[in-house]
Design a protein around this ligand. Structure first.
Ligand code: NAP
Length: 305
């Protein structure tokens, strides 16, 4: 089976496609024929050595974190009914491979019949982070939440889950993405590339910020404008808010099994939508990672296997 390997920290250009063996199945194994692996900023940041402090890795390694595919075989201790079923899962040892030997029972979820695998796989590293952020800051219908990175794989789910929670949403996007984030559900859309301070002052004040961009300069600009503000970031590990009534928290926590089941149910019920920017053949991994790195975003990019 083919898989995508990172051998150094010199960036996307040095990724290689190699033939490897599937590890021996154990009683806990679920063998999945992979169809989709989402492209996450976490992938290309690791390839350029940008996450050495927070994500130490041993090279060479298989890249990718999540997979969506069809179960081919199961180990003795796993449910035989899974065979032939659509599943999504996380494979921390690398998911960008034609076959996945998943041996972590909590990290695999059956996908409802009416949900395409391509849509379901965007939940991992996207909607899960969005739900975690919303739960962490206790969003209510009284909140107005400012979302940075609103057009991305996380941001598009943040907008939708915040609207389901009854909050008002202010979304920041680049000029070409303003109509897109509005169509996803944002109430107010602002162009972060032009006179952002003036645009913020002219609109309703947010009570909370959920940040997925990780720019201290952007947070500084926003916090200078308001007195009271709770900031939650998925991307910046530390930031000192300039005013006494402002708080800052970073987290990369998880949502647990119940959280994934909830998100799959919402997708199945049509209450949330998966926005897929583009699907690349896995052999075009370099193009896919450069598109993610260079933007603009439009939901999640997928690699097809
Ligand atoms: N902590 C966790 O558990 C966790 C989990 C998942 C993701 N994350 C992090 O969340 C972040 C977003 O992930 P993602 O998958 O949504 O990324 P993505 O799909 O690549 O989206 C990136 C977003 O950032 C915006 N952006 C880029 N440069 C900007 C700038 N200079 N100022 C303002 N906005 C800018 C883009 O807007 P335009 O396209 O409109 O320019 C786009 O909306 C990443 O840092 C990722 O590592 C953290």
């Amino acid at each position: 089976m083919k898989r995508i390997i990172q051998r150094d920290f010199n960036g996307v250009d040095n990724l290689q496609i190699e033939v490897g063996n599937i590890n021996k199945l154990t009683p806990l194994s679920v063998l999945v024929k992979n169809k989709y692996t989402p492209v996450l900023p976490y992938d290309w940041m690791t390839e350029y050595g940008l996450l050495k402090d927070i994500r130490p890795v041993k090279l060479p390694m298989v890249i990718g974190y999540a997979f969506g595919g069809i179960v081919e075989k199961v180990g003795l201790l796993r449910d035989k009914n899974l065979i032939g079923k659509k599943v999504i899962g996380a494979q921390p040892t690398g998911a960008a491979a034609e076959m996945i030997n998943s041996q972590l029972p909590p990290l695999i979820f059956e996908v409802p019949d009416n949900v395409p695998l391509s849509a379901a796989v965007t939940l991992i590293g996207g909607a899960d982070a969005a739900l975690h952020a919303i739960d962490s800051v206790n969003v209510t219908s009284k909140d107005t939440v400012l979302v940075t990175g609103a057009s991305g794989g996380v941001g598009t789910y943040l907008i939708q889950l915040l609207k389901l929670a009854g909050a008002q949403v202010i979304a920041l996007a680049s000029p070409g993405n303003l109509d897109f984030v509005k169509s996803v559900g944002a109430d107010i859309v602002l162009n972060y590339q032009e006179e952002l301070a003036a645009q913020l002052k002219a609109t309703v004040a947010p009570t909370k910020i959920i940040d997925t961009v990780g720019s201290a300069a952007l947070l500084q600009l926003i916090t200078d404008i308001y007195d009271n503000l709770n900031i939650f970031s998925l991307s910046l590990s530390s930031f000192n808010p300039p005013k006494a009534q402002q708080t800052f928290k970073f987290s990369n926590g998880t949502i647990g099994i119940g959280g994934y089941k909830k998100l799959l149910k919402l997708l199945a019920a049509g209450e949330i939508t998966a926005y897929i920017q583009h699907q690349y053949e896995f052999t075009d991994v370099k193009k896919a990672h450069l598109a993610s790195k260079n933007g603009p975003a439009h939901g999640r990019i997928l690699l097809k296997f």
